[in-house]
Design a protein around this ligand. Sequence first.
Ligand SMILES: C[S@@+](CC[C@H](N)C(=O)[O-])C[C@H]1O[C@@H](n2cnc3c(N)ncnc32)[C@H](O)[C@@H]1O
Length: 208
Amino acid sequence: MKKFKNKKLSHSSKLWITRQNNDPLVELAKKQNYRSRAVFKLIEIDKKLKLIKNNLNIVDLGSAPGSWSQYSSKINKNGINLALDILPMKSISNCKFLNGDFTNEITQFELMKILNGGKADLVLSDIAENSTGNKNLDSMRSNLISLTVLEFALKNLKKNGKILIKTFSGVGQQDLVQKVKTSFQKHLFIKPSASRKDSKELYLYCEL
Ligand SMILES: C[S@@+](CC[C@H](N)C(=O)[O-])C[C@H]1O[C@@H](n2cnc3c(N)ncnc32)[C@H](O)[C@@H]1O
């Protein structure tokens, strides 16, 4: 294993870089011109659920650096691909990008304005809060955002619309399940193999 040595960096940063340098999916993503290994999670889920198709209105929340949008914009050639992140994102052909904080209601309003009053067929959310180092707190904060995403989807999805959303096992996940059970016809949790084993992340898929 290639270890990363740099005295100025914190222990956790060094661990992160060492892991990235030794991860075959990071290498594969580079070879296939994807901006992140995260794309393999979406590809795996898409193979199973056939979510991404042409002629859809797709909203990708927490999109940066952009691999999910790269993948979906290639398939959804004639539909609308709309991406949002609190961080800037390099442009992607056939994809509109809004730079903003999803938790801000004005940003959510701006986002839907771009769909010209239309609704979404599919909402993807890979939003993750920066880690605080406290796993319970991290799960709680991220699941709280996921709850906001669910509420947003309930207002802005078309009939039969779908949502794929990142959640974390632990604090707050039960609140999500409760919301989903009362509002969606069908739901299931998926842990794609590209998701790291030591990560608490789990994707929640729901159909209206
Ligand atoms: C795991 S990354 C997403 C990776 C992305 N799916 C890809 O394929 O490149 C999570 C993203 O969520 C974004 N994020 C976190 N909080 C956010 C918020 N409140 N509003 C919008 N984006 C947010 C982060 O900036 C980060 O880019």
